[in-house]
Design a protein around this ligand. Structure first.
Ligand code: ADP
Ligand code: MG
Length: 330
C-alpha cells in the first residue's frame, strides 16, 4: 500500500524525544499540531531565512537523496551564519512526485544528520505531491542588535573569504561530466564532489563573527557577484587581489591556476562566508578562527569607490559578475 502523508511524516520526520535535536528546551510544541510554538530567549532577536532547492535547477536529476536533504538545510544554515545568528529550528516544505520510501529514507537521513550536527530541530512543515522541490525555512536567534548585515562595510576594512571557494562549482562540473578532471586523483575528485554535494555551512564561524565583522554575505552565486552585493549594500567599493584567493590543490589540479582563480571568483554554490573587518580587529579574528577551526583568507580591501575591482598582477580582470538569475534573459 502506498505510504500516506501522515505515515510519511511520522516515519521520516517526526523523531523520538530522545534524539538530540528534539531535546531542545525551547520547543514547547513541535510537529503534530497546526503550528509549532517556539520560545525565543529574551534579549535575542529572531532571524529567519528560506531557500528552496528545485530538481533540475539547483541539483541535477538523479542526485543522491542524502545530498538533496543535506543541501536543502545547509543553504539555509549558511544564510543564518552570514547574519551571525545561532540556528535553532527549521521547517520543511517537501514536494514529491511520489512517496518513494528509499528516497525519503536517504533525504531524511542527510537532512537530519546535518540538523543533529548543529543541534537544530525540525519543528514542522508541509508535504505535497508535485515536481521535486525541497524548501526549508531556518530560524535562529542573535543577541538584540548584533546581526551582521551586508551594509556595514567601511572604506579601509579588509575583505576575507572562508574555505576554498570554487571547489563546489568544480564538483558540480564533475557530477555533470564524470569524464572531466582526468588529472585528479580519487581523493581530489571526492573532495570536489563533496564540496557540491555536502557543503559545510559556516555556522560556528558566523557566530564568531558577530561583534567582529563589519559586513558579511554568504557566497551562493559566486564570490565576485556576492562580494559586489556586499559592496553595493554598504555604498562602498571592493578591491580584490586574485593572487590572494585561497585555492585548494584539488581545484588547481582540476582547472590549472588561472582556471582555478576564475572558478573561485565566479563559481556558485560555495556557501563560504565573505566578510569585512576593521584592520584593528585582525588579532581578535585570528584568535576566533583558531577556536572555531576555520580557515579564512584576506583577499582585498574595502574602498571609497563603487563596484568591485578584481586585479591579477596589478591588471584589472573583467568578469561576468551577474551571478545566476532565474528570470534573466540569456
Ligand atoms: P495542516 O493541514 O494543518 O497544515 P499538515 O497535515 O500539513 O497539517 O501537517 C501536520 C503536522 O505535520 C504539522 O505539525 C506540520 O508542521 C507537520 N509536517 C507536515 N509535513 C512535514 C514535513 N515534511 N516535515 C516536518 N513536519 C511536517
Ligand atoms: Mg499543511
Amino acid at each position: 500500500m502506498a505510504l500516506g502523508e501522515f505515515e510519511l511524516i511520522e516515519r521520516f520526520f517526526r523523531r523520538p524525544a530522545d534524539v538530540q535535536c528534539a531535546r531542545r528546551g525551547d520547543v514547547p510544541l513541535g510537529i503534530g499540531d497546526d503550528a509549532a510554538v517556539l520560545a525565543v530567549p529574551s534579549g535575542r532577536q529572531l532571524v529567519a531565512a528560506l531557500d528552496a532547492l528545485v530538481e533540475g535547477r539547483h541539483f541535477p536529476a538523479g542526485t543522491a537523496p542524502q545530498s538533496i536533504g543535506h543541501r536543502a538545510l545547509a543553504v539555509n544554515l549558511s544564510d543564518l551564519a552570514a547574519m551571525g545568528a545561532t540556528p535553532a529550528w527549521f521547517l520543511l516544505s517537501l514536494t514529491l512526485p511520489a512517496a518513494d520510501e528509499k528516497f525519503l529514507e536517504g533525504f531524511a537521513q542527510g537532512m537530519l544528520a546535518l540538523a543533529d550536527a548543529h543541534g537544530v530541530a525540525l519543528v514542522g512543515g508541509d508535504t505535497t505531491g508535485g515536481p521535486l522541490v525541497a524548501a526549508v525555512q531556518a530560524l535562529g536567534t542573535v543577541q538584540t542588535g548584533a546581526a551582521i548585515t551586508r551594509g556595514g562595510a567601511r572604506p579601509g576594512d579588509l575583505v576575507y573569504v572562508s574555505g576554498t571557494p570554487g571547489d563546489s562549482a568544480a564538483g558540480l562540473q564533475l557530477l555533470l561530466d564524470p569524464a572531466a578532471g582526468a588529472a585528479l586523483d580519487p581523493a581530489q575528485r571526492r573532495w570536489l564532489l563533496d564540496r557540491f554535494l555536502y557543503p559545510e555551512p559556516r555556522v560556528t564561524l558566523g557566530q564568531a563573527l558577530a561583534g567582529l565583522a563589519s559586513g558579511c554575505i554568504d557566497v551562493s552565486d559566486g564570490l565576485a557577484a556576492d562580494a559586489g552585493r556586499l559592496a553595493a549594500a554598504s555604498n562602498c567599493g571592493l578591491h580584490i587581489e586574485a593572487e590572494r584567493l585561497p585555492l585548494s590543490a584539488a581545484l588547481r589540479a582540476f582547472a590549472g591556476e588561472p582556471g582555478a582563480r576564475l572558478l573561485a571568483l565566479t563559481g556558485g554554490e560555495a556557501y563560504e562566508l565573505c566578510f569585512t573587518i576593521s584592520p584593528d580587529k585582525t588579532a581578535a579574528l585570528a584568535a576566533q578562527l583558531d577556536i572555531v577551526k576555520c580557515q579564512a583568507t584576506c583577499i582585498g580591501s574595502v574602498t571609497a569607490g563603487r563596484g568591485i575591482d578584481v586585479r591579477e598582477s596589478g591588471r584589472p580582470l573583467t568578469l561576468d559578475l551577474r551571478g545566476f538569475d532565474h528570470f534573466a534573459s540569456p
